[in-house]
Structures are given as C-alpha cells and as structure tokens.
Ligand binder design. Structure first.
Ligand code: RAM
Length: 334
C-alpha cells in the first residue's frame, strides 16, 4: 500500500512537473533586442528599458545581442540564428535600412514579430519603426547648439556613426536641408566623417577633421560614441575654446567634456524609455493586440499610447538639452 502510494505521488509529481514545464515553454515570450553593436552605453541603457518592460509584463525573456562592430552583415547572422532559436519577437536598431530586409522578412514569414527602433528598417522589413523623436527637431536642435556655441557663423563638420546607419543618415540629410535656410545661412558644412560608432576610429576621424580644417569652429556628432571621441580629440589637440563639440550624447559620458569646456551643450532623449517602449510594443504584436497600420494606437506601457503614421512609424519625446547646469544630475541615470 505504502509503495503504491509513494508511486502514485511520484507519478503525480512527475505529471505536474511535465505540465508545468510545458506551460512555461509556451507562455514565456522571448524578445530579442538586436543593437547596432555591443559595448555602446546608449544600447546598454536601452537594454535596461527592455528589462524594465519585461519585468512589468511578467512573462518575458529578453535576449540582448548585437555584433561587435556596427555592420549589417553581423546583424543578418544574428537574426538568422534568432530565427532558428524561434524567438517570438525581434526589436532591432538597424545598421542599414535595406540590407536587413530579406532576413527580417524571413523572420516575419516564420511568425516572428519584428519592430525596428532607434535606427529603422525599410517599411517592408518590419511591423513598425519607433523613432526617439522627430527628425526635424533632432536636426535643428543640433544646428542651433552649434550655431550658438560659435556665435552663429563659421565652418562646421559632422562626425557620424557608420555610413549606412538609417538614423544618422536621416538626421544628416535633414541638417543639410536646414543649412540652406536663412536661419543657418552662415554655417558652412565642410565635410562629413564616419567613425562607425567605434571609439578609436571616431577619435582618429575627429583628429583628422581638426587637422585638415584649421578654420573649423564646431564638430556636430549625432552619435553618442562620436561626440565622446570628438570631445577628447579637441582637448588632446589643445583646441578647447577654439573648436566646440556638440550633437547627441549621454550625460554619463559627457559630463567631463562639459567641464573641460570642449562641449557647451548637447542633446539626447531618454534611451531607457526608448528600449522600454520598443519592447512593450513588440510584446503587443506577439499577443495580437497591436496592429501594424497607419493610425493604429500602440500600447507603450508607462509611456502611454503611441500612434503610427502613414509609414507605420511613431516618435517619442523631443530631444532634451544638457549643459553644465544639469549634466551631473542626469549623468546618474544614463
Ligand atoms: C549612438 C547610436 C544610436 C544613436 C545614438 C544617438 O549610440 O548610433 O543609434 O541613436 O548614438
């Protein structure tokens, strides 16, 4: 009798375990966040936001991944392996708007929900694109900061990320248009250089800009990696007060440059919020509660509802400006 009872208990426990295992397997939503490259503080902050969304949603596993250098090829390989792993969703900041399309289309054909954020994929390769902010605002803010640092006129150069990056290329094209307007008529763009979002390459490119253009007054770096490297280059070349660096940076990485005087002000949005909202949106697509069509309202949790435009894109908040008065406070956050 006792033996039978024990046996029954073991069998029941085994069955429950098997059931439990099964339930867990089907319930857990696997969301992969694929970033431009690893080791970038901006994406570490986006990862923090993804984890926050996962915690709030309760049954989500985040797989944070990306190539070691910012290339589309590296991301294609990663997406391929995520397809084999049968993840439920991919949230990606793309190194190229078009090169990723065939592989993300393949992922979507297998039922994986693809959302691009930060740096977009062309419409046919994703369900939606989450922009941090509006491109016009991001572009004009950077030109305004450059103009104000140098008294409104002079030579400027741009130090960008990789040459195919969707987001930087959009912002640069928008800045070029705005440079033709009377407001910025006295700013002269001499060249655009690419540091590939690698610190060492960005630093070398910044030094190159400073040496090739002795009349340069400002470097605009629309990348957190580039602006940090350019700040260091200006200090090392002993050009503080003569050349000003501005653009998009993380307060935690830029506080020193504001103190050195190489940077008067710079801007950025909250990368934690961006990663959080993108992850939350991807979850809604997995659950079937979000729709990828113009006018749809996407649930972004604590960020509220965000509306998709005609290109199935949405934008979060305007970029925020940092200077000596507030940089230390925000440096503690991102
Ligand atoms: C870098 C990346 C990212 C961009 C920020 C501003 O970290 O290029 O895509 O949004 O800069």
């Amino acid at each position: 009798m006792n033996v039978l009872k024990t046996l029954a208990t073991v069998i029941t426990a085994g069955a429950l375990l098997a059931l439990g295992g099964c339930a867990q397997k089907t319930d857990k939503v696997k969301i992969a966040m694929v970033v431009k490259s690893l080791g970038n503080g901006f994406f570490d902050a986006a990862h923090e936001g993804a984890n926050e969304a996962a915690k709030q949603l309760g049954n989500v596993e985040i797989i944070f991944t990306g190539p070691t250098t910012a290339s589309a090829e590296g991301q294609i390989e990663i997406v391929n392996s995520l397809i084999s792993q049968k993840v439920d969703a991919i949230v990606i900041s793309a190194n190229d708007p078009n090169a990723l399309v065939p592989i993300t289309k393949k992922a979507m054909a297998r039922g994986i929900k693809v959302v691009s954020f930060d740096s977009g994929i062309a419409t046919e390769g994703r369900l939606m694109q989450l922009n941090p902010s509006n491109a016009e605002l991001i572009a004009s803010k950077q030109l305004e900061m450059a103009a104000s640092a140098i008294g409104g006129s002079g030579e400027i150069a741009i130090l960008s990320a990789s040459a195919q990056a969707t987001n930087q290329n959009l912002w640069i094209a928008t800045m070029k248009k705005q440079l033709e307007t009377p407001q910025f008529a006295n700013l002269k763009l001499v060249t655009v250089a690419y540091g590939d979002d690698q610190s060492d390459k960005s630093y070398r490119e910044a030094i190159g800009l400073l040496r090739a253009h002795p009349n340069l007054k400002a470097i605009i770096a629309p990348t957190t990696v580039g602006i940090n490297a350019a700040g260091k280059a200006v200090v090392d070349e002993k050009l503080v007060g003569k050349v000003f660096v501005t653009g998009l940076g993380l307060p935690s990485e830029m506080a020193g440059h504001v103190k050195s005087g190489a940077v008067k002000e710079f801007a950025i949005w909250n990368p934690i919020d961006l990663g959080y909202a993108a992850t939350y949106a991807a979850y809604g697509f997995v659950k079937g509660s979000n729709q990828a069509k113009a006018g749809a309202q996407i649930d972004a949790g604590r960020m509220g509802k965000i509306a998709l435009d005609a290109n199935t894109e949405a934008a979060l908040a305007p970029p925020f400006v940092y200077n000596k008065d507030n940089v230390d406070k925000f440096a503690k956050i991102f």
